[in-house]
Design a protein around this ligand. Structure first.
Ligand code: SF4
Length: 239
């Protein structure tokens, strides 16, 4: 079945399903194939990580270590993986030779954020996902911009991308973390409601959009892992 049609069918099937039901189906769906959770271990990542751990602790979890992260993120990744007992964390780093050729001094982000994100995120993730039929993302519609109308299932290049939290609100996330007593990323309390690489993430004011600190003062608002050929991937029926 064409992937676009598969995504549309799953969106219709799950138009009233909750996040955990969608997640469980995605992890068991033979038509999608093996599925991995891609997690930044950022400000809200612990919600999906906790749900996945409840379904199957051996689910592959891909963590992109761009080698530009805050040390707090790396420590949080280790702590959360251990506390949830996730057994298949795959830490992906940029290709060493490509970094030596394109960003030996680690300053590419100052000259060309798109090239840097491609080198440190897009390419390594594409390589890591090569043998998977689907991947799970933590994007939410309330994050607005390119995310305002994301469906639960969508075609993404030659895979299915699943967004189980697409219709969650900020309050839903806070309530889930409180109910399950989940640890918060330490930088959230220091004014970082959205956390990416250290050079491209700043604190956010109380009345700013939570993602305002990502690539501040630049036109860029996404790293590129949710784009194909420079275009935002959108398909399927919004659930
Ligand atoms: S977010 Fe910044 S440092 Fe990280 S990969 Fe993209 S441009 Fe490079």
């Amino acid at each position: 079945m064409p992937l676009k049609e598969l995504a549309e069918r799953r969106n219709i099937l799950h138009r009233k399903s909750d996040a955990k039901t969608i997640l469980k189906h995605a992890l068991d769906d033979v038509q999608i194939g093996q599925t991995a959770l891609v997690s930044s271990f950022g400000a809200e990542s612990v919600v999906l990580l906790h749900m996945v751990a409840q379904i199957n602790k051996a689910t592959p979890v891909i963590f992109l270590d761009t080698e530009m992260l805050f040390e707090e993120t790396s420590q949080y990744q280790r702590d959360v993986a251990q506390s949830l007992d996730l057994t298949d964390i795959r830490i992906i780093t940029p290709d060493r030779n490509e970094v030596l050729v394109s960003d030996v001094d680690g300053l590419l982000h100052q000259a060309d954020t798109s090239a840097c994100c491609h080198l440190r995120k897009v390419k390594p993730l594409a390589d890591a996902l090569r043998n998977f039929g689907g991947w799970i993302s933590g994007r939410k519609r309330f994050q607005s911009g390119a995310r305002a109308d994301i469906p639960h299932f969508e075609k993404d290049a030659r895979k299915i991308k699943i967004n189980p939290l697409a219709n969650w609100t900020r309050d839903d996330l806070s309530a889930y973390m409180s109910t399950h007593k989940l640890p918060r990323h330490p930088l959230v309390a220091k004014g970082y409601p959205s956390i990416g690489c250290m050079p491209c993430t700043t604190r956010v004011g109380a009345h700013e959009d939570p993602r305002a600190g990502r690539w501040r003062n630049a036109k860029k608002s996404e790293c590129g892992i949710h784009f194909e050929d420079g275009k935002l991937i959108k398909s399927g029926v919004a659930a």
